[in-house]
Structures are given as structure tokens and as C-alpha cells.
Design a protein around this ligand. Structure first.
Ligand code: FES
Length: 363
């Protein structure tokens, strides 16, 4: 008991000291004006020291991916700091490989500007813009998932690749809060951004997005994301997901059938119960027009007494295993919770898809 008290007291003391140091640094220490050099003189800035690299870049309209809003929990805000970033912090190491640490990759949300700092940022990220948009429609897809369609106002168009995402700005009285959402509208609708948003209890951004009404203004940055669809139409595309993992897959599927009407593509979508099913009729209509498009929905829970379902049952990786033959050249895109991604990846591996051709987005 005495030991437990000592541990607890020591823990509270170190937390209080850390908080005190943070407050002291914020209000008592002045680092003055520091040089922030981007890409060896391409974009030299003079900035006030003492803030994080991520928020300083944001103030200068350079929008680095930051799905967790700068909390140091997503690992998305990686950039190269060639000098002036100080030592790598313990909060960064879980997200950086040894190779990245050797190459001076850092988490921009964890690096504080305390002296002149030199960074390298890929050109693609320097082109990311802030968009203002208006809510065009809000539809309930299930009890906790909404489809939100935004019409772009300024800039009026967004050019993106299927599988990319935007970062929605949620209202906040302090630092700006951004959260990542995949674009579900196809690339041939450049003046629209559609989102599929699941309400997360206590989630700042999902609560905000679920409260939106037609005519409201929404700001976001983008587009972000590395995924590149294989442009060879003979390569079969396999999309596997569940819940709001539908968003990037819908974009990929509609984009494919606009460009390659005969391309072969599978959609495997896992739901718990019939209440979680959405877009099924829409995809069945698409499959009637494009015979090489195959749609498989599966329910993982037992049917209730009033539920009717003639489709697949069980976890979605079982359907993937059942329907896909081996020996076909494919590219796969998975979007869902880590256990689902792991199970599906194992099946795809057995079907002979090289790991380089399997892309995933965990949530
Ligand atoms: S913004 Fe998420 S880890 Fe830096």
C-alpha cells in the first residue's frame, strides 16, 4: 500500500512539474524571431519562436497532415528537419522508423521552434490549400453514419486522386482542430466534396459534422494521401471495408467506372447487422451497368427474429476468401479496423497479391 502511494505521489509530482515547465516556457521564455527555412531557401520565413513547427507552418498557410490535431498520436505530420529541431523526443519515437530518424524525419507537432530551423517539405504538401465550402445536403445513412455533401466556394474546385482525404476544421477557441476524412465523391466532381462520417461519442469533429445543416459553411484543407490507383485497366481492383471505411472505396469505384466501364472490381463490405447496411442498392444498380463489378456485403452478427438477409454472413475476410480466385493480377485497398485489415491482408497474401499492391487505411 505504502509502495502504491509512493508511486502515485511520484507520478502526480512529475506530471505537475511537466505542466509547470510547459506553462513557464509558454509565458516566461522568449525565443524571439527565428528563421524558418523551407527547402533550402525556396520559402524563407521569419517566425516567432516558442510554438510548434506544425502550428507555425499552419499560420503561414502550409498545411501538413495532422489527423490527430497535433496531439502526437497519429504520426501523420512527418517532415524532414535538417537543422535546428533539437533531439528526437520520446513522444516521436513510436512513430518513426530507425531509417527515418537517421534521415532527420520528425513529427512537426512535437518539434518546438527555439532557434533558426531548416526543413524540407515535399512540393505536394506545399500545394495544399484551405477551402471554404457550403453544406449542400446531409443524409442519414445509418443510425450513426451521415453522408455530408459540400459545394466548394473558394477555391471553387479541388483536384484529387481517388483514395485521398481532406482535413476538416472543427470550431475551437484555442489552437485549430483538424480531423482527417476520406473524400467519397468521385474525381469527376471537382466542385464537390462528399464525406461519410460516423458519429464518435465525444469526438470533436464528428459531433461538429453531425450537427451541420444545409447552408452551413465548412473549412477544410487538402487533398492529402499517398494512394495511387493502378492505371492499368487489366489489373483487378479489390476494395474491402466496413462502416465509414466505405468513403474512399466509393470514390475509387465510381472513378473507375467513369474511366474504364469494363474494368474488373470487387467491393466487399462488412456490416454487423442489417441496420448497418447502406449504399447496397446503389452499388447493385452500378453492377447492372458494369457486369465486371461485383458487390458482396456480409453480416457478422446473428440475424434477429425480424431481420431478413440472403447475402453472406460471417466476418468479411471469409467472403474475400470465398469469392477471389488465385492467380489474378490485382491491387487492393482496405479500410477498416486493425483486426479486419490484418485478417483480410492474410487472405489476400494467400491469394498471391504482393504486399506492395495492398494499401490500407486503419481507423
Ligand atoms: S499531428 Fe498527429 S502526430 Fe503530429
Amino acid at each position: 500500500m505504502v509502495y502504491l502511494w509512493s508511486v502515485l505521489s511520484f507520478g502526480s509530482l512529475t506530471t505537475a512539474l511537466a505542466a509547470l515547465l510547459m506553462v513557464a516556457e509558454r509565458y516566461l521564455v522568449s525565443y524571439g524571431i527565428c528563421k524558418l527555412d523551407i527547402n533550402a531557401g525556396e520559402k524563407p520565413l521569419e517566425v516567432e519562436g516558442g510554438r510548434t513547427l506544425l502550428s507555425t507552418l499552419y499560420e503561414n498557410e502550409i498545411f501538413i497532415p495532422s489527423a490527430c490535431g497535433g496531439k502526437g498520436t497519429c504520426g501523420h505530420c512527418k517532415i524532414t528537419v535538417t537543422s535546428g529541431g533539437g533531439p528526437v523526443l520520446p513522444t516521436e519515437t513510436p512513430y518513426l522508423s530507425r531509417k527515418e530518424i537517421r534521415s532527420n524525419v520528425r513529427l512537426a507537432c512535437q518539434v518546438k521552434i527555439r532557434e533558426d530551423i531548416y526543413v524540407r517539405i515535399p512540393e505536394e504538401l506545399l500545394n495544399i490549400r484551405m477551402f471554404a465550402s457550403t453544406v449542400e445536403s446531409v443524409s442519414e445513412l445509418t443510425h450513426d453514419i451521415k453522408e455530408i455533401r459540400l459545394r466548394l466556394d473558394e477555391p471553387a474546385e479541388l483536384s484529387h486522386r481517388p483514395g485521398q482525404y481532406v482535413q476538416i476544421q472543427a470550431p475551437s477557441s484555442n489552437e485549430p482542430v483538424f480531423r482527417a476524412y476520406s473524400i467519397s465523391s468521385p474525381v469527376y466532381e471537382p466542385n464537390k466534396v462528399e464525406l461519410v462520417v460516423k458519429l464518435v461519442p465525444g469526438g470533436v469533429a464528428s459531433t461538429y459534422l453531425h450537427s451541420l445543416k444545409t447552408g452551413d459553411t465548412v473549412h477544410f484543407t487538402g487533398p492529402y494521401g499517398e494512394f495511387r490507383l493502378n492505371e492499368d485497366p487489366s489489373v483487378e481492383i479489390v476494395c474491402v471495408g466496413g462502416g465509414c471505411g466505405m468513403a474512399p472505396m466509393k470514390n475509387i469505384i465510381y472513378t473507375i467506372y467513369d474511366k474504364w466501364p469494363d474494368r474488373s472490381c470487387w467491393l466487399f463490405f462488412g456490416c454487423r447487422t442489417t441496420d448497418d447496411i447502406f449504399y447496397l442498392e446503389r452499388f447493385e444498380e452500378l453492377a447492372k451497368k458494369h457486369p465486371n463489378f461485383h458487390v458482396v456485403y456480409a453480416l457478422s452478427e446473428q440475424l434477429g427474429p425480424d431481420e431478413r438477409w440472403e447475402g453472406e454472413t460471417g466476418f468479411i475476410h471469409l467472403s474475400v476468401d470465398k469469392y477471389l480466385e488465385t492467380g489474378v493480377k490485382r491491387q487492393a485497398f482496405l479500410c477498416g479496423p486493425p483486426p479486419m485489415i490484418e485478417a483480410v491482408t492474410r487472405v489476400l497474401d494467400e491469394k498471391g497479391i504482393p504486399s506492395d499492391d495492398i494499401f490500407y487505411d486503419e481507423f
